[in-house]
Ligand binder design. Structure first.
Ligand SMILES: [Zn+2]
Ligand SMILES: [Zn+2]
Length: 131
């Protein structure tokens, strides 16, 4: 099912207690700080909090002190992350993780090694044209 989707991870590992490293099928690697992931938690509760406060920085209590207890794949499309405060409602679609990639290539918009798949773009746009 994953097929040749470059936004499918071939490896996921925790880097210390600070970041989640994702290696993508196209060879690109994303090191995603845990605080960044938590701020972008896609669960309904966090989304509501974010829209109410409208400033992402204020959403969660001390995200810097949170740890990840467990990362588990959900089907072929997402990771579930269980946090040390027992928050585990958020499923992170791979496209979201990829769009959060903070590397210079992705931030500058040339998308590292997968130009069309690694921009800030919308999750859920899986059709990628590759050279
Ligand atoms: Zn959440
Ligand atoms: Zn990147």
């Amino acid at each position: 099912m994953p097929g040749n989707d470059p936004n499918y991870p071939s490896g996921v590992s925790l880097v210390g207690r600070e970041a989640l490293q994702v290696r993508w099928a196209d060879g690109h690697e994303s090191t995603l700080p845990l605080a960044l992931l938590r701020r972008n938690c896609p669960c309904a509760k966090c989304r509501t909090l974010r829209s109410r406060v409208s400033l992402q920085v204020l959403t969660t209590p001390a995200p810097d002190r949170l740890e990840v207890l467990e990362v588990a794949p959900v089907g072929f499309y997402a990771l579930r992350i269980r946090w040390s405060d027992e928050h585990s409602a958020g499923l992170y679609p791979y496209t979201l993780l990829r769009s959060l990639c903070p590397c210079a290539g992705c931030r500058s918009g040339d998308g590292g090694q997968a130009p069309s798949g690694c921009t800030r773009g919308e999750p859920g746009a899986p059709t990628l044209s590759r050279l």
